[in-house]
Design a protein. Structure first.
Length: 55
């Protein structure tokens, strides 16, 4: 049940990103969760195809 809720709310995005980063570039620094969320929000706001963010 916990896995399903994390996937549904996309809370597991950071875990997937870290796994992808470590697999592709093992020596690269891993951003903090806060930095990841900031990058993700900026990317969403910069791309109009990502949809409207109300709050």
């Amino acid at each position: 049940m916990r896995w399903y809720l994390r996937e549904l709310t996309d809370e597991s995005a950071y875990d997937r990103y870290v796994a992808h980063l470590r697999a592709g570039r093992p020596g690269a620094p891993v951003p903090t969760r806060r930095a990841f969320e900031r990058m993700r929000t900026q990317r969403q706001e910069a791309d109009p195809r990502q949809g409207f963010r109300c709050c």
